[in-house]
Design a protein around this ligand. Sequence first.
Ligand SMILES: [Fe+2]
Ligand SMILES: [Fe+2]
Length: 193
Amino acid sequence: MAAGTQTESKKSKSSSSRSSSAKSASSKSKSTAKKTSTTPKSDPATRLLMQDHRAVEKLFKQYEKAKEDPAQKQAIFQQIYMELAVHTQIEEEIFYPASRPHVKEEEMVNEAEVEHASAKDLMAQLQKMKPEDPYYDAKVTVLKEMIEHHVEEEEKEYFPEVRKTDMDLKAVGEQLKVRKEELMAKMGGGTAH
Ligand SMILES: [Fe+2]
Ligand SMILES: [Fe+2]
């Protein structure tokens, strides 16, 4: 607790000393002035990804309400599965590779990919299970928690950082949209594959 307080005071101290240096403040704002105008609203790439995040959150809430009904649980999980399968694929195929060269720490992208792999592993296990299985709910709950953690990191760290770079968010947004429609049609059109 004391350590936390110390870090806080240290932080505010360093930020105030930084802002007192007019020279560094102006050079800093100069390099980011153009980029700070990018908001989630004016950025079609992360806007699309965040819409997906909200859709999945909604589905997990519906799952909670359906707990007494195995058929409904399975139907909702199928929707969660499809949403997440398409979302992780478009991020891995398009958004992560496009943003990787622009972010400061590539480790952040690596972590995101590893988290996707863990989520997909759990999704595959659930796909093979019956909703009556005593571990079905527990696995869905753990999947939900994993996704919540992942989404928080994307929305609080990854996406805001990307918006400050000169990555072409419009072009990437368009690619994400086209690929998403393609994959949704493929998955919705028949799951034989
Ligand atoms: Fe995401
Ligand atoms: Fe992701």
